[in-house]
Design a protein around this ligand. Structure first.
Ligand SMILES: [Fe+2]
Length: 282
């Protein structure tokens, strides 16, 4: 445990906390250690009323790992290629529950947002605690899912990857569900009809309000989420300007509880029709 005591106020019972009493532009190592602990405990943390500079944003993010430089999105300036500017006038609202870019072998561990311009009403963001979504399943369901993997696909051809359906967090050691509506295509060890129904069940299970938090941003606020054990979605209900400066921290490769317990499902192995399978890439 860190020695320093931060002012930490939970904003929901399932996840999320506001942290006050620190200046992210000038962070001491003991303060950072306390923030890391709060991040592990609360999954999503917010720092209201920060006067964060682009350099401060980058230095804070770099404490968590290697920073991503994303081509194809608007950057703040040449001096800060890691800072992406998300402007609601040009960037579609991400209003479907998801975990970021899980079609990659190593999805990001976190995104750190600086809310530069906040609409007067609306534009909240919501998150889901995927530890709780896993922990509340029945023992037989947990056991089956722990032996399965899911293929995550970018539908615009930017790649795909197979990940465990139940992920073990590299820091906390806790298990969480690890599928999301945008990228999970199918569970590899099941037939397509089984996979389709089970994934839809898991999405609905995860997306219950009891596992969620909804956060109202304020101008100058900073927020970050653990992309390894949460879903997020913006509440697409605002008018006016909503501008965010974002830095993404590159991640580790998701690990489960060992190798998949069953092989890839082969529809023709038992003489069954492949009608349901032939339109899928795997
Ligand atoms: Fe996202």
């Amino acid at each position: 445990m860190a020695d320093v005591k931060l002012d930490i106020r939970p904003v929901g019972a399932a996840l999320g906390a506001e942290i006050r009493g620190v200046d992210l532009n000038h962070l001491r190592d003991d303060e950072f250690a306390a923030i890391e602990q709060a991040f592990a405990d609360h999954l999503v943390v917010f720092f209201p009323e920060q006067d964060l500079t682009p350099d401060g944003h980058r230095e804070f993010a770099a404490r968590f790992g290697e920073l991503e430089v994303i081509n194809g999105l608007k950057k703040l300036d040449d001096q800060h290629p890691e800072i992406v500017v998300l402007d609601d006038a040009v960037t579609p609202a991400a209003d479907v529950w998801h975990t970021d870019v899980t079609y990659r072998e190593s999805p990001p561990i976190t995104a750190i947002l600086h809310m530069v311009e906040c609409p007067p009403v609306g534009g909240d963001t919501m998150w889901i605690n995927l530890y709780q979504a896993y922990e509340t399943l029945s023992p037989p369901m947990k056991e089956m899912l722990e032996g399965c993997t899911a293929v995550h696909v970018n539908r615009y051809g930017a790649g795909n990857h197979e990940h465990p359906v139940v992920r073990v967090h590299p820091v906390t050691g806790r298990k969480s569900l690890y599928v999301n509506r945008i990228f999970a295509s199918h569970i590899r060890q099941l037939s397509r009809p089984e996979s389709r129904v089970l994934l839809e069940f898991l999405y609905r299970w995860c997306e219950q309000s009891r596992f969620s938090v909804r956060y109202r941003w304020s101008p100058g606020g900073v927020g970050m989420w653990d992309n390894r054990c949460t879903l997020h979605s913006v509440v697409n209900d605002w008018s006016g300007s909503r501008i965010i400066q974002r830095i993404t921290v590159l991640g580790d490769k998701p690990t489960g509880l060992g190798e998949p317990r069953w092989p890839k499902f082969e529809p023709n192995a038992n003489g069954a029709s492949d009608f349901y399978d032939k339109n899928y890439p795997f």
